[in-house]
Design a protein. Structure first.
Length: 378
């Protein structure tokens, strides 16, 4: 479809007149005349417009909106010959400088969050739940996103748009441009989806998350409750754990330990060989990142048990990962997270540590991909 051309007058006004949005008497936000063009495609209150393939923007965090505008400007989006919708959006981004992008993002972010987008995609949410395990490593179990990992919220967004983008990642239309590191990560994650049906099923599951996670009122209620629960004093030590604000990613933003609590510093642990009979130091000998992480946690669990400790005592963790060929030398963060989630943030073990993850050039032995060290309190 054809969209109206942007005029120099509009962009001059955009740069000079970034008026804040405010509520009108009829319940809708009054959009300054200089910004009306944006709603031509993205709709009233930026709720999206499927008729012109324009996604919902309401509810997306400012950092993500800015990131995507920059992606269009950098040619990471909207340059592939098969990305027709992206080609329509890219010219709009190319004429915006940093100040203009900041103004547009401020406008969208200033609008009161709206109810979740109406679901139109149907699929098998049970099958989608199993597939979503990979997605949860970055986007969170409730689809709330994670700024640290540049993963946007999914719950409550336009499901037809999510489905299309998953298929674009699968086909390489999106995520294959040189320099698009975040896109490359997402393209790798989408490779687990082997059919259009898989994409629909994942989105159907995300729609199920939307019933709570996508409701702004529920988010406002859940945030203080989560903070209060997570900051409660541990039964095994005088410890307070503070969650990441607005995120369900399974690490703590900070951990506070009171005076008199005993701290234990545990040296880095590396994996056992997954297959000792395989060629020494080969990929088969050690296993992939997920297998090695599971092995490290298994060894740590044994060591802690000997000292009268367990993973609930962990307050700080550092993870060192070596890059892998299948990700073009990048660390397999998602593989590590699959193993990590089996030990942290579960019903049996909800205590979350403050945590850092680093990519390193190498570890003690060739082929070794994971080393983890922890600090504990009791």
């Amino acid at each position: 479809m054809n969209r109206p051309a942007l005029t120099p007058v509009f962009f001059l006004a955009l740069l000079l007149s970034a008026f804040p949005a405010h509520a009108a008497t009829d319940g809708y936000t009054t959009i300054p005349e200089q910004f009306i063009y944006c709603t031509t495609c993205h709709g009233v209150e930026f709720q999206g417009n499927r008729a012109v393939d324009a996604p919902r923007l309401s509810g997306l965090p400012p950092w993500y909106l800015t990131q995507q505008m920059q992606a269009f400007r950098n040619g990471w989006r909207g340059t592939h010959a098969e990305d027709l919708n992206g080609m329509e959006m890219r010219p709009q981004a190319l004429v915006l400088d940093d100040a203009a992008i900041e103004a547009v993002v401020a406008l969208i972010s200033g609008i009161e969050p709206q109810p979740p987008a109406t679901a139109v995609v149907t699929g098998d949410p049970d099958h989608g739940k199993a597939l979503y395990t990979t997605c949860a490593a970055c986007h969170g179990a409730e689809g709330l996103g994670n700024e640290v990992l540049a993963a946007p919220p999914l719950a409550g967004q336009s499901d037809w748009y999510l489905e299309r983008q998953l298929n674009l990642y699968r086909s390489g239309v999106r995520g294959s441009a040189a320099g698009d590191g975040h896109g490359a990560t997402m393209r790798t994650a989408a490779s687990i989806l082997t059919s259009d049906g898989d994409s629909r099923d994942v989105v159907a599951y995300i729609n199920a998350l939307t019933t709570t996670a996508g409701d702004p009122s529920m988010k406002k209620l859940a945030a203080p409750l989560l903070l209060a629960a997570a900051a409660s004093t541990s039964a095994v030590a005088e410890v307070k754990r503070y969650p990441l604000p607005g995120s369900d990613f399974p690490i703590a933003q900070a951990v506070e330990v009171t005076a008199g609590t005993t701290l234990i510093y545990h040296s880095g642990m590396t994996p056992r060989p997954a297959n000792p009979e395989a060629e020494r130091y080969s990929a088969a000998f050690w296993g992939d990142t997920e297998a090695q992480t599971l092995s490290v946690f298994g060894r740590l669990e044994e060591s802690l048990k000997e000292k009268g400790l367990d993973f609930s005592n962990v307050i700080k963790m550092q993870i060192f990962l070596v890059g892998v060929p299948k990700l073009n030398g990048a660390m397999d963060f998602q593989g590590m997270m699959k193993a990590y989630r089996k030990y942290f943030g579960t019903e049996e073990q909800p205590n979350l540590p403050a945590r850092s993850a680093f990519q390193v050039a190498g570890l003690a032995a060739p082929g070794m991909l994971v080393e983890i060290e922890v600090v504990l309190a009791r």
